[in-house]
Design a protein around this ligand. Structure first.
Ligand code: DGY
Length: 313
């Protein structure tokens, strides 16, 4: 028999990997949205916290339906799916899990970039499907010597740079302000795109970056330019990107994030110059467990003391 939790029940929004869900259930009573108020399950007014992941949306309406809500704890660094100001006005604190995922996301960015430049997913299919015996495999692109433009030199951007430097690339970056960094700074993303061979998006989502990578930026990147997005789908105007890829006015893109997730009937799926991943930047066992541990710490500390470990600033 499961011992009752000493903490109030939490609403779970989103699907979690099994070990993460188990870690949460070891400490909390979790309730799904469609269970709220069912016989023997907590009701709307008993929920004091929401636990979620950064690729799910929390609506204002949901916050309004939970009069006892005091904390939203997201497993992830991004919180663009949470109406932050509204939650604050309602006295609800929001916490995220920064730092612990930097390395996994940076590894994914480098992996996607190499997969894109060297056609690794196509190479795998080529051998498995027996095409190797019938035709030559198309040539790829060398990373060494390329100019890499980092869009958002934050914690994850810096980890990506550390990993790319041994490949002998030249780094430049765009961000809100110049940093104390030795790389060339651009205060205009268009000019960075014109300078770079490869753009890597690792900036936060939200209104400030919404649709920032549009037809103009893609034109500046040009027909030999590559785009990698491990930030948020919202940063890219996806129909402009599709056009540019289909017309080969941009050479290729590797995307882990999309305007709408999971990606469904998108024409991007038909292109041979894209590498697509199902938003798995932080999806390693080690990292997801560290994210879960921090999300749990945030909740426990908040319920015990009224302040959290990593509240969203
Ligand atoms: C985040 O934490 O925002 C990542 O997108 C999760 O994979």
């Amino acid at each position: 028999m499961i011992a009752p939790s000493r903490f109030p029940p939490l609403l779970k929004v989103g699907v979690f990997p099994d070990p993460v869900e188990q870690a949460l259930r070891d400490v909390f009573t979790l309730v799904e949205l469609d269970e709220l108020g069912l016989a023997g399950r907590p009701g709307h007014d008993e929920i004091a916290g929401i636990v979620t992941r950064s690729n799910y949306r929390i609506s204002r309406e949901l916050i309004d339906q939970l009069p006892g809500l005091r904390i939203i704890s997201t497993n992830g660094v991004g919180y663009d799916g949470i109406p932050l100001d509204y939650a604050r006005r309602k006295g609800v604190i929001v916490t995220n899990t920064p730092e612990v995922l930097n390395e996994a996301v940076a590894e994914m960015a480098v992996g996607l970039l190499l997969a894109l430049l060297r056609h690794i997913p196509r190479a795998d299919a080529f051998v498995k499907e027996g095409a190797w015996t019938t035709m030559p495999f198309p040539l790829g692109t060398t990373l060494a010597g390329k100019k890499v433009g980092i869009v958002g030199l934050g914690r994850i951007g810096k980890e990506i740079v550390k990993r790319l430097l041994p490949f002998r690339v030249e780094v430049a970056y765009f961000g809100r302000s110049r940093q104390d960094a030795e790389w060339m700074y651009f205060d205009d993303v268009n000019r960075l795109a014109a300078h770079a061979d490869i753009l890597i998006l690792c900036c936060p989502g939200g209104p400030e970056t919404y649709g920032m990578i549009d037809a103009g930026v893609l034109r500046s990147l040009g027909p030999s330019g590559f785009l990698v997005n491990i930030a948020r789908g919202s940063v890219v105007n996806e129909s402009d990107l599709y056009r540019a890829l289909a017309d080969r006015t941009v050479a290729g893109a590797a995307l882990d994030v999309f305007n709408h997730e999971p990606l469904d009937a998108s024409p991007l799926r038909r292109l041979d110059n894209v590498v697509l991943a199902p938003h798995v930047g932080s999806a390693t066992r080690e990292t997801r467990m560290q994210m879960a541990a921090l999300a749990i710490d945030n909740l426990c500390r908040f319920f015990d003391t009224g302040s959290a470990v990593t509240p969203v600033p």
